[in-house]
Design a protein around this ligand. Structure first.
Ligand code: FAD
Ligand code: SF4
Length: 507
């Protein structure tokens, strides 16, 4: 009997479990471009275009490798516009008895597959270094799931940056040498753009006609096949990796990319594997081309953070998405969808998100994430925004980063304290404040930086939860040491900012 082999838009590799388990002489690969997925949240047009173009190219590669592929284009007349609908249609067409699928990276999609009236075999997605079972074993019985301990296990498991059972360079962590503010006067090699070919142009026209979501579609700069993704990786390793560690947390006006890799979308849709990426980085260090701090800083992100958040997502299940430990209820302010703002740091992060579908980690965490948390925005709305606007956003990686790391909505599973800061952090790590309508040094008054006002408002309103936190006690002592009149003025200033956000006025 024929089986259908489902390949989703973020499973574009011959290494994906369902393809490895299938028989190319007998089974039919099903790939489907559907409006149901393109509009499940208002995905950035560049993200939709990347996935559709990469799917089309991968389908060609599969056919060349001898697979039968039933491919549904978005504008096919008979397209039912849902994954389930297309599977049922193909099941009838080919008289198929079973569907083979690789576990999707979104609970909603898994639930849809499990509800199908044909038998579906869902295989574990083994494109990760740590399997779900291994993560669950590691997590069992631990009070706190500290990323650092998990990361060391992954170093030992992969042998990356290891000398025997000891970390290369004598340390597990080189953060001390990394994370510096960036210098505005340095010339940085900009990552190369991939000019759209005929396949990409056709997809761009389709996306332009069908999706009116937030975000600019053009210029479209992403690679859409494995060869391009490998080229992007090679270019990063040669040209930017050496400064990656030092610049990892820095922000500069007009410099969207700094020394970042820009490879998360390729890893997340299957064009690159996490281990091969880390091995390329390690090789550059072994060849003496980059400092160990840069190699360690990068590898930590991939075999540490990336694997860890995936483990949390799989372990905690769909309920994790509902977390709202701080009971935050504010609607997402309009500024996140591009409304005017006088806050230079927010304008830069959201503006480049609109134009490029990209912002780097510290922009996501300490600018847009920090602001949403301080302002008490409903984490479900924050989650939907991050899932929508970034080219690399898939639930398994986006949700733990947003709901856990950024919004503390999981009550502290991912981080022992919330990632909140006043304007001082942004001032230290960026050059945004110099050109801002607000004054980062002012603590009260019309011109006071909104981060300053909201920071104390956040601490004040969550005193019961955080005062006893050993990493936050000092800040409460500072707050309590301020005179009562000043504290009242700060809280009133914060309330005024929140009122403007609620009324949809410019902040
Ligand atoms: P670099 O800064 O060059 O880092 C190298 C690689 O490390 C990345 O490609 C990525 O694969 C990995 N990495 C780094 N940090 C993380 C992390 N915290 N979690 C997982 N992987 C990490 N990453 C996504 O891939 N998809 C998302 O939807 C996503 N949403 C996020 C939402 C929030 C609120 C925050 C704070 C972070 C989010 N991240 C997400 C993590 C991180 O911001 C991106 O992986 C990174 O910015 C991608 O750009 P880059 O390839 O230039 O990364
Ligand atoms: Fe951002 Fe405040 Fe600095 Fe303006 S002053 S750029 S709002 S941190």
């Amino acid at each position: 009997m024929v089986r259908l082999v489902l390949v989703l838009g973020d499973q574009l590799t011959a290494d994906v479990a369902a393809l490895k388990a299938a028989d190319r002489a007998r089974d039919v690969v099903v790939m489907a471009e559907v409006m149901g997925e393109g509009t499940s949240v208002p995905h950035h047009p560049q993200k939709i275009a990347l996935i559709l173009a990469a799917m089309r190219k991968f389908a060609v590669a599969l056919r060349e490798a001898g697979w039968r592929v039933a491919y549904s284009r978005l504008d096919d007349a008979e397209n039912s516009q849902t994954i389930s609908g297309e599977l049922l249609r193909r099941a009838v067409e080919f008289g198929a008895s079973e569907v083979l699928a690789t576990k999707p990276g979104e609970w909603r999609v898994l639930q849809d597959l499990e509800a199908l009236p044909v038998p579906v075999r869902v295989l574990e997605d083994d494109r990760f270094i740590c399997s779900q079972a291994e993560f669950a074993t590691w997590a069992e019985g631990r009070k706190q799931l500290r990323m650092e301990w998990f990361y060391r296990e992954m170093r030992r498991k992969t042998g990356l940056l290891m000398e025997g059972d000891q970390p290369a360079g004598g340390q597990w962590n080189f953060d001390h040498d990394n994370r510096k503010p960036a210098k505005a006067d340095l010339l940085r090699p900009r990552p190369g753009d991939f000019a759209p070919d005929a396949v990409v142009e056709e997809v761009l026209a389709l996306v332009e006609a069908r999706f009116a979501h937030f975000g600019r579609l053009r210029p479209f700069r992403w690679a859409t096949d494995r060869a391009g993704a490998l080229q992007a990786l090679g270019e990063f390793v040669e040209e930017r990796l050496a400064r990656f560690g030092a610049e990892q947390d820095a922000m500069l006006e007009g410099e969207a990319f700094l020394s970042h890799a820009l490879i998360s979308p390729y890893m997340n849709i299957g064009l690159l594997g996490p281990l091969e990426v880390c091995q390329a980085v390690e090789a550059a260090w072994k060849a003496g081309r980059i400092p160990i701090a840069a190699a360690e800083g990068f590898i930590r992100q991939v075999i540490g953070w990336r694997e860890y958040v995936r483990g949390i997502w799989a372990l905690k299940g769909p309920e994790y998405l509902e977390g709202n430990a701080l009971d935050h209820r504010r609607a997402l302010p309009r500024v996140y969808w591009g409304a005017e703002t006088g806050m230079a740091c927010m304008k830069a992060a959201i503006g480049q998100t609109r134009d490029l579908a990209y912002a780097h980690h510290i922009q996501r965490l300490m600018v847009t994430g920090n602001f949403a948390l301080l302002a008490g925005v409903d984490p479900a709305e924050v989650h939907e925004w991050y899932l929508s606007v970034y080219v690399d956003a898939f639930e398994w990686v986006e949700a733990p980063n947003t709901i856990g790391m950024s919004q503390f909505a999981d009550g502290g599973l991912l981080g022992s304290k919330p990632y909140v800061s006043s304007g001082a952090y942004i001032d230290r790590m960026s050059d945004h404040c110099a050109g801002c309508r607000y004054r980062v040094k002012e603590k009260v008054g019309e011109r006071a930086c909104p981060f300053n006002l909201l920071y104390w408002h956040f601490l004040d309103r969550h005193r019961e939860r955080f005062q006893g936190n050993p990493r936050m006690g000092q800040m409460y002592r500072v707050w309590d040491g301020m005179d009562a009149g000043h504290r009242t003025a700060v809280l009133a200033g914060a309330e005024a900012v929140l009122g403007r956000l609620d009324r949809g006025e410019v902040v």
